[in-house]
Design a protein around this ligand. Sequence first.
Ligand SMILES: [Zn+2]
Ligand SMILES: [Zn+2]
Length: 226
Amino acid sequence: MRRIDYHVHTSLSHDGTWSPLEMIRCARERGQAVLALTDHVGPSNVEPVLEALRCERGAALAWSGIEVLIGVEITQVPAARIAEVAHRARRAGAEVILVHGETLSEPVEPGTNRAAIECPEVDLLAHPGLLSQRDVELALRTGTFLELSARAGYCLTNGHLARLAREAGAMPLLLLDTDAHRPDDLIGAEHAVRIARGAGLSEEEARQVVGENAEGLLARVSDRRS
Ligand SMILES: [Zn+2]
Ligand SMILES: [Zn+2]
């Protein structure tokens, strides 16, 4: 099973210190197949961050064996302005668009989860915290992926999300990402499966999340390219 991670930060994020090329190189050394660089953005930096990521990714094309996607994590943007920033991100070339969800450990405006799910440009709602059943059902209709997180603090509600997704028939929407801010945060596919099982998923469900579901979003990204 290939390891695909859709949530990774670099020095283009205020809380990251490793350059995009450093993160790409380290992920490649660890045998990761696909890496999406998704730095924190808001209204003032969405275009420049994507421009910088595109430039760094271009340099990394010299290295075989890893596919790099460029994207953003829309972070702490008022719910009413998320769609606008998401549209600008897409126009600026974002291949993957995440919204920083209502995690318990870093509070964002209530309503952020709903705004992310309702925006057709948003691919993935990251660490949604105590997501409501209504929002899971909405995500099923919009096809918004929902994130189980390997990150400390953000992982506290993984069990809640797994249970809700199973009850709503939304298992195909679950992904497991690291939200890595440094190379040591990156994990392999088998470890990702173990973390998904820790959220209460069966071995089979956990493999679906880490394998099939992650490949599903990748197919959507390449459909959009062509
Ligand atoms: Zn961060
Ligand atoms: Zn993040």
